[in-house]
Design a protein around this ligand. Sequence first.
Ligand code: ZN
Ligand code: ZN
Length: 351
Amino acid sequence: MTRLPPLAGFVSASGVRVYRIPCRVFPHLTARVFLIMGAGPPTLVDAGSGQGRSTKEILDGIEQLNNNFDVSIKPRDIGRIILTHGHLDHFGGLADFVDLVGTNLEVALHPLDRPAVVSHDRWALGASDRLERFLVKAGLDAKERHALLQHYGQSRKATSDDDHQRREAVGRPLGMGTFGSEIELTDEMLLDGLRFIHTPGHSPGHVCVLIDDILLSGDHILPRTIPQQWPESVAPFTGLGHYLSSLDKIAGVEGITLAAGGHEPVMEDVYWRIEDIRRLQERRFVRVQDVIGRAEEPLTLNQISRRVYTKAEGFFALLALTDVGARVEYLEEHGKLTVEECDGVGRVRVA
Ligand SMILES: [Zn+2]
Ligand SMILES: [Zn+2]
């Protein structure tokens, strides 16, 4: 089992304290939630997955802060939870905190990710319908589609289905107001000294939180991983157009001295990391264009994906396909590729 990194504490330019609390969200994935003290009520940024030991590790982490840092807090004192985005590893534990804190809890999130949080099952059904249409257009036959959709379903099961009641509970509190109140986050909104920056791409309603010179970057910017890309045809407000302009948005925020994502270590130079991600993205674009340029006839997305990501199998084949789909979509929008549709299948060539 992966070992959890230690608790850590940071102080912003104006003295707001930010504590990093690691937790295991899925068997092979750790995440970090953050406790902010000194900007409004004690505030958690993200809530873990609610699965396995995730919530317990967060609660233990909060208790341990009292011993390891100059802070006095009980988990019940949490007054606000901010969700960076509506992925299960970030919001799945929300229901546990609603149970714990009740009507004193405020929940803040961006409206574009609200459906994924409030009515996750319904949202997921719509998402897999759109994914199936994408796979048809990408040129997969019924058997191949079935296999990939099963991987998609299993990935959701592995991450969300071990306790069906919990998922019901995830949907209930926001819809029925069993906690205090809901705060709708908008781009450039200020709240008790926190600044929210809407950064769509990785998810439609992804937000980064700026505390003076400290940026909590969610999954938008991570030090080691480039977030998974989906074509906008599968998930509106995702896609590389949104993702890249959301990178520009953060690059334009001056004075960030520390950035901390929802996974992986902190980043001391977020501006360098943004440059690095842009370079990696550019290389992937070149690789896709290269495969299409060298082909003797127009290629389906499935054919491109198999040539670009030669080793991707199972669930990774699905991720490879959506990555290629997002790239082709972006390049077509920018006039570099042409997609012609015949019998419901798209074929891509250089424009
Ligand atoms: Zn995510
Ligand atoms: Zn994540």
